[in-house]
Design a protein around this ligand. Structure first.
Ligand code: HAM
Length: 437
């Protein structure tokens, strides 16, 4: 009877080999950029109380209404695999009293997130975001800093045809009164709208701006614009962000229809898109969420941040990690002569044969090499000596050490020369070759 094999769940993938290396490199470059800008790493739990996202992200959003991986634990608590990182960071800010630290508190993360979405290219059920959150300042310079950092990061990864869309949603009150205006407009043109847009007029009319439906687009072309309804201080804030981006030579398009799929945004919102991504054009996005910390039980605290998906960076960009440094030493072991390895003794114990002795010496040599920071590996597949040397060549090792009777033999795999050396001398020789390289 054959046993069925098990594959990774739909929308998830294993990260192997070259891809794993590229992803680590992306994270390393992000860490360097963000840490140099004063952001400190934060790690929050993979799962949180479901309530955090219901309250923080918004019950009417797609994420909360249909995309969360929610489960009940053994104690009957409702928990959810994090679908995004901003609400958890704000929860941690409140929980650890970070408002008592000098403000703003600037944090970054590289974490996995989970959304039950229809999986397709660029859209997965488990994905990884690099994100940055800055809490405790409403200075528009911080908005500009965030956007410039994200732009630098995506440019470093050479994301193709990058566009930055920038907008402002104003305050919650502005958005509420604007929402009413928009609802009136949509109701008046109800018959021309896509059915899913018409269905959401009462619940979430702003999402109409995400539609590509021709009738909806025509209705929206004559709709009132949120940017025209901003309060003077919000408009001033937005203008300052734009001026700072101009000064930083970061190109952007003001887009009064930019809506993001999370409810916590106020004032600045932005999104970087790349047409290399097709339907999933967002490489990353973010904005200001000045009310979120308070909504989660903390003191009134402004905040702004962004996140970019590593999988989308990989699709939209060209990331070439440097080649890992080559192996320097491959430790080979003379195979035991037939029947001459571990031998039984009359008392039932085992006497260690020569082969095992050589294995022990080889292992010691390996550890001494690693202690000297030599990149070394040891034979682990019981190959013949010829097979081991072939393997050393395949692994592009600089030297092979052959451990057998007497002192180990060091073979230079470039010119084939060989020399028997004491272990310490052997290591010195390998290190000297590195110096000359
Ligand atoms: P978001 O726009 O939902 O924002 O996600 C940010 C980025 O995560 C997207 O632009 C995309 O690159 C990636 N992403 C989202 N969903 C998927 C998916 N199913 N598969 C692959 N990649 C995906 C947020 O999550 C906010 N927390 C960003 C933020 C931080 N706003 C303020 N601070």
């Amino acid at each position: 009877m054959s046993i069925a094999t098990i594959s990774a769940p739909r929308g998830t993938s294993d990260v192997l080999g070259e891809q794993a290396r590229t992803r680590s490199y992306i994270q390393q470059l992000a860490a360097d950029l963000l840490q140099d800008a004063g952001y400190q790493r934060i790690e929050t739990p993979t799962f949180e109380a479901t309530q955090l996202f219901a309250r923080g992200v918004g019950a009417a959003t797609d994420i909360v209404s249909k995309e969360m991986y929610t489960f009940t634990d053994g104690s009957g608590r409702s928990l959810t695999l994090r679908p995004e990182g901003t609400a958890p960071v704000c929860r941690a800010y409140v929980q650890h009293g970070l408002h008592r630290r000098p403000q703003p508190v600037k944090l970054w993360y590289a974490s996995s997130f989970y959304r039950y979405e229809r999986a397709q290219k660029g859209r997965y059920r488990q994905f990884t975001q690099i994100g940055a959150e800055a809490l405790g300042s409403d200075d528009p310079t911080l908005d500009a800093e965030c956007i410039v950092l994200m732009h630098q990061l995506l440019s470093t990864f050479r994301c193709r045809n990058l566009r930055l869309r920038l907008g402002s949603l104003g305050s919650t009150a502005t958005r509420a009164s604007y929402t009413q205006l928009l609802q009136e407009h949509l109701r008046a043109h109800h018959a021309s709208l896509a059915p899913e847009v018409a269905d959401r007029i009462e619940l979430n009319p702003l999402r109409a701006f995400d539609s590509q439906h021709p009738g909806t687009l025509a209705v929206l072309a004559t709709a009132p614009r949120l940017l025209d309804h901003l309060q003077p201080h919000d408009l001033e804030h937005f203008r300052t962000v734009c001026a700072l981006l101009d000064a930083a030579s970061v190109p952007y398009e003001v887009d009064s229809t930019l809506v993001r799929g999370l409810d916590y945004y106020q004032r600045t919102v932005f999104e970087f898109t790349s047409d290399a991504l097709g339907a999933q054009s967002g490489v990353g996005g973010g904005g200001r969420y000045d009310g979120l910390v308070q909504q989660l039980g903390g003191p009134p605290t402004p905040g702004v941040g962004w996140a970019a998906g590593i999988e989308r960076i990989l699709l939209a960009g060209e990331v070439q990690p440097p080649q890992p440094p080559p192996l320097e030493l491959y430790v080979c072991v003379e195979p035991p002569t037939r029947g001459g390895d571990v031998e039984g003794t009359p008392s039932g114990g085992a006497r260690v044969g020569r082969g095992s002795h050589h294995q022990g010496v080889a292992f010691e040599l390996l550890l001494a090499a690693r202690a000297a920071r030599i990149r070394a590996e040891i034979e682990l597949a019981r190959r013949s000596l010829k097979g081991q040397l072939n393997q050393a060549h395949k692994r592009r090792a600089r030297f092979a050490a052959i451990v057998g009777e007497g002192r180990p033999l060091l073979r230079d795999l470039r010119d084939g020369s060989e020399e028997q050396l004491e272990p310490q001398q052997l290591l010195t020789r390998v290190l000297a070759a590195r110096e000359r390289a």
